[in-house]
Ligand binder design. Structure first.
Ligand code: TRP
Length: 331
């Protein structure tokens, strides 16, 4: 069985885009792979969150991944900072990561533009910590989006460099986990191509949104003035709503509204009302599960403890071996 590692940003509730783009596939994948999913709370410190916000966010992310179907008995689901060995591996890898290559990373360049007043060393070495996250479990595969491909490339560089430097075949070269056809890209409600990309807040439907909020967001989704010619090509914002509908509604329903569009008979009010209804129906079990888990502190504590234990068993072993390879005493 192959080992898969995925880090989850600790900020941000799950929206439909995350659900269809990643989490749904994680849930499937966990049965055929040795999966480690962790909430990247060390990484989140690059933005200096308040302790209470940090805690609340981590808890929310944990609840939502569990609600979506990550099984803590099948996968290892843990909080990054519960595996302190990753900090040690990060320190060790930092010695072989060159400032020049870190400065050239696109994410670093973006960050120094976004947070000019807080260009901390954690931002520069973000890819080193990410590499440590991955190779601490000797992962073969990492499910990453386009925006993380460069980080994964850097992980391979650091792994290879370590192996070469110490003349060992210790770390595997992790590659991207390819979901292939099953990957559905959910666009935003504002005409943008990716849900959650814009900061407007109204562009995304969150799994924890109440039915009222979902209705409001969908009814306010951007549309055009309507088709004027039979079978005309849809503008982006309308096509986007159809993509969302395809993910939550029946084929018949989608076809029904496509036909109305093609005949110039569509009424966007009705279309959105149906879409809202189907989104609400689709997300209902998830929303209920989120509420149920949020109220169950005992269970969450148990999950966190179990995850930490499983992650440390794997992490300790790797770091002990790395220490020995480098010339330190093993642990
Ligand atoms: N950088 C990833 C993101 O922004 C999160 C992450 C941290 C991660 N460590 C990782 C992803 C290790 C995969 C593997 O989404």
């Amino acid at each position: 069985m192959e080992t898969v590692v995925s880090g989850i940003r600790s900020t941000g509730k799950l929206h439909l885009g995350n659900y269809f783009g990643a989490v749904k596939n994680f849930v499937k994948m966990q049965h055929d792979n040795n999966c480690y999913f962790f909430i990247a709370d060390y990484h989140s410190l690059t933005t200096h969150p308040k302790p209470e916000d940090l805690q609340r966010n981590v808890r929310q992310v944990l609840v939502e991944y569990l609600a979506a179907g990550i099984d803590p008995e099948v996968s290892t689901l843990y909080i990054q900072s519960d595996l302190p060995e990753v900090a040690e591996l990060y320190l060790l890898l930092n010695m072989n990561a060159y400032v020049g290559e870190l400065e050239r990373s696109t994410s670093f360049k973006d960050k120094i533009r976004e947070q000019k007043d807080n260009v901390n060393a954690g931002l520069l070495t973000y890819p080193v910590l990410m590499a440590a996250d991955i190779i601490i479990h000797k992962a073969h595969k990492v499910p990453v989006g386009k925006d993380q491909e460069q980080h994964l490339e850097m992980t391979r560089t650091f792994s290879n460099r370590f192996n070469r430097m110490y003349e060992v075949e210790f770390f595997p070269e992790p590659v991207a986990y390819n979901f292939g056809e099953s990957l559905i890209k959910i666009p935003g409600l504002d005409g943008s191509m990716k849900m959650g990309k814009s900061e407007s807040g109204n562009n995304a439907i969150y799994l924890s949104d109440s039915p009222e909020i979902i209705s409001k967001k969908v009814m306010r989704a951007v549309t055009d003035a309507g088709p004027t010619e039979m079978n005309q090509k849809m503008p982006q914002e309308i096509e986007n709503l159809f993509v969302i509908m395809k993910s939550v509604s029946s084929n018949d329903m989608v076809e029904h509204f496509q036909n109305l569009y093609n005949r110039c008979e569509i009424r966007y009010g009705d279309f959105k009302k149906q879409l809202a209804e189907d989104v609400i129906k689709f997300t209902e079990p998830l929303r209920e599960k989120i509420l149920e888990l949020s109220a169950d502190d005992t269970y969450l504590k148990k999950v966190v403890k179990m995850g930490a234990e499983k992650a440390r068993e794997s992490g300790r072993k790797t770091v002990s071996e790395v220490r020995e390879i480098i010339g330190f005493n093993p642990r």
